[in-house]
Design a protein around this ligand. Structure first.
Ligand code: TYD
Length: 216
């Protein structure tokens, strides 16, 4: 890659625990004195916030291609405004979801042609791909149950994806696992159906390994 930073993404189905582990990882690395940028998709930029509102609203009907192009537009802004500048500053960038989510959700989940999707993903990502991707894997039933607890506690209904059927989520999970199998050096699977401490210990092991190999 052209940058000096490290780019780490967390991926997984709804309720797989990405968001809390991303926060814990950022905190741990900062405690080690490292410069960290914690970010997420969709919706991390100004344009992204507007895109996210349309993208997740189940009342807005979207063609598969429209759904795909929206999330890619979000990514193009994220890469240019947030990710590349932080990597150029030499930071460790942690993103809660990135291009693999598009392959899993819009490709495996919605059925968009994987080859064309791969090309569009490269276009939107401007050839920026992660140094390490941590795939938090759990059963669809486990993940959705966790998400439901969260939605019930708040005052909002399920978003476009949380409300999708079980088969959709199974295709997404299997899509992520296929990605991991096809790119085993980059995408590392961590079983997230264990205690938070056990899961986080595995994540830290992978990140320490990367930092030792690649950090100046
Ligand atoms: P979000 O509320 O950010 O929560 P979480 O990541 O914890 O599930 O939801 C983002 C949703 O957008 C999520 O259901 C997955 C979906 N998504 C895609 O379908 N394609 C993508 O490329 C990305 C980045 C997200």
């Amino acid at each position: 890659m052209m940058s000096n930073g490290l780019f780490i993404t967390l991926e997984g189905i709804e309720g797989s625990g990405k968001t809390s582990h991303a926060a814990m990882l950022a905190e741990r690395l900062r405690a080690q004195g490292r410069p960290v940028l914690l970010t997420h998709e969709p919706g991390a930029t100004r344009a992204g916030q507007a895109i996210r509102a349309i993208f997740l609203d189940p009342a807005v009907s979207l063609q598969v291609v429209a759904e795909l192009l929206l999330v890619l537009a979000d990514r193009a802004q994220h890469v240019a405004e947030t990710l590349k500048p932080a990597l150029a500053r030499g930071e460790i960038v942690i993103s809660d979801r990135y291009a693999d989510s598009t392959t899993a959700y819009q490709g495996y989940g919605r059925g968009f042609d994987l080859k064309l999707l791969g090309e569009l993903n490269r276009l939107a990502a401007d050839h920026l791909f992660p140094d390490l991707t941590i795939l938090l894997d759990c059963a669809v039933e486990t993940g959705l149950a966790r998400t439901r607890l969260r939605t019930n506690a708040g005052d909002r209904g399920p978003d476009r994806f949380e409300g999708a059927d079980l088969d959709f989520h199974r295709r997404v999970r299997n899509g992520f696992l296929t990605l991991a199998k096809n790119d085993a050096a980059r995408v590392r699977v961590v079983n997230s159906e264990r205690s938070r401490e056990e899961v986080f210990a595995d994540i830290m092991r992978l990140v320490d390994e990367l930092v030792r190999q690649r950090w100046r």
